[in-house]
Design a protein around this ligand. Structure first.
Ligand code: AMP
Length: 195
């Protein structure tokens, strides 16, 4: 896997939207662990049965289960040329697992795009998404828990990736187009450095 791009940010930051846009414009596979897990829940798999109550509480599904699911997805033929990761890694342990998984195919994390949005705006956006998409984990209580879990478990990844020299922080409190333009230029800059 030559190229791995990670989107990371709090719930409601718009990372999923940005990951989809970049996947479409750059022709790179998007892998969203949230979507994969929702797929398992919808299909009623054993993993789905474990994940459903955890997702509804706003907590994280255990690292080993998510990493195993991701490993299976990366084994697909469409993942050979690279992927955009959306919602993974979410813990330092997952970041280490991702590194290991990528190493097996000669790949590495090229870009980590941190979509930064203030808390007050996130809550507002997530409540709107609850109405629009009917996601069962977008209730007021779950939103508070997801933000707390994000701060405790996921936010430390910013330091980790900053030390590795791959973190780009993007102001996510702007229009989808303005954020997308910064995402595109961050990826292009990185490609130019690599070339
Ligand atoms: P998302 O769609 O990325 O907001 O994910 C929705 C929910 O799925 C999260 O609140 C977690 O419960 C679970 N989830 C998604 N990705 C992960 C992950 N990488 N590790 C643990 N849990 C995850």
């Amino acid at each position: 896997m030559p190229s791995a791009i990670v989107f990371f940010g709090p719930p409601g930051s718009g990372k999923g939207t940005q990951a989809s846009r970049l996947a479409a414009s750059a022709g790179i596979l998007q892998i969203s662990t949230g979507d994969l897990l929702r797929g398992h829940v919808a299909r009623g798999t054993a993993l789905g049965a474990i994940a459903k109550p955890i997702m509804e509480s706003g907590a994280l599904v255990p690292d080993d289960l998510v990493t195993r699911m991701l490993k299976e997805r990366l084994a697909g033929p469409d993942a050979k040329s690279g992927a955009i990761f959306d919602g993974y890694p979410r813990t330092v342990a997952q970041a280490r697992s991702l590194e290991t998984l990528l190493k097996e195919t000669g790949g590495r994390v090229d870009n980590v795009l941190f979509i930064d949005v203030p808390d007050a705006i996130l809550v507002d956006r997530l409540l709107k998404r609850a109405t629009l998409e009917g996601r069962s984990d977008d209730t007021k209580e779950t939103i508070a828990e997801r933000l707390r879990v994000y701060r405790e478990k996921t936010a430390p990844l910013a330091d980790l990736y900053a030390s590795a020299g791959v973190l780009v922080t993007i102001d996510g409190d702007r229009s989808v187009e303005a954020v997308a333009a910064d995402v595109e230029s961050a990826v292009a800059r990185r490609r130019a450095v690599k070339a």
